[in-house]
Design a protein around this ligand. Structure first.
Ligand SMILES: [Zn+2]
Length: 81
């Protein structure tokens, strides 16, 4: 578990933590090269948020530091989890 999530689990009641986890699991982070990662697995927290922010990250696929797009998963991608 990511340290961000350990902290969340510590401060939130179990039900609230599960809700945040479920909400964040709807999101993924996408590199310009097309490499996709689960936002939750990266230690991300996204709950009842709107819009599509960006995050500057290193991509393990293309080995570059680029602005990654955070977006909601498509229906097909949600089913893969
Ligand atoms: Zn990449």
């Amino acid at each position: 578990m990511a340290s961000e999530h350990k902290f969340l689990k510590f401060i939130l009641p179990a039900r609230a933590f599960e809700a945040v986890k479920k909400g964040t699991k709807q999101w993924l982070i996408e590199c310009k090269c097309g490499h996709l990662r689960d936002f939750w697995d990266l230690g991300g927290v996204r709950y009842k948020a709107v819009g599509e922010p960006r995050q500057y990250l290193n991509c393990p696929e293309c080995q570059k530091n680029t602005w990654h797009k955070i977006r909601e998963k498509t229906e097909a991608e949600k089913l893969q989890v």
